[in-house]
Design a protein around this ligand. Structure first.
Ligand code: AMP
Ligand code: ZN
Length: 107
């Protein structure tokens, strides 16, 4: 098993507040929320960051974005929200397993 903390969440080796999962993606709340609602969606396959995306990730990334919107609306972010993908050292990325942040306030 890799030392990747998000791979460990996928493998249920460490706990997380999971919102949604299927065979390809997992959504869970950020442990240190920066908004009233703050969750992340990750691919279950270990992709380090946006910097390593390939053409064959197109369907997966589209699925993540569509799921981000669906979950944001269902969690009450009906007036909008922010999507953030910190990418690489210069992009402020701290966990090197690609993740899409969704942040917002209800209403
Ligand atoms: P970044 O890599 O800068 O996009 O940020 C990584 C994010 O992962 C931060 O917002 C952390 O609060 C969050 N995080 C780190 N460990 C966990 C964990 N075990 N469960 C949930 N969120 C986490
Ligand atoms: Zn990983």
């Amino acid at each position: 098993m890799s030392e990747c903390i998000f791979c460990k969440i996928i493998a249920k080796l460490i706990p997380a507040k999971i919102i949604f999962e299927d065979d390809e993606i997992l959504a869970f709340y950020d442990v240190n929320p920066k908004a009233e609602v703050h969750f992340m969606i990750i691919p279950k396959t270990h992709i380090e960051s946006m910097l390593l995306l390939q053409n064959n990730h197109q369907q997966l990334m589209g699925k993540i974005i569509l799921k981000a919107n669906e979950l944001a609306i269902s969690l009450g972010l009906k007036s909008g929200y922010k999507v953030q993908i910190n990418t690489g050292v210069n992009g402020g990325q701290e966990v090197f397993h690609l993740h899409v942040h969704v942040l917002g306030y209800k209403g």
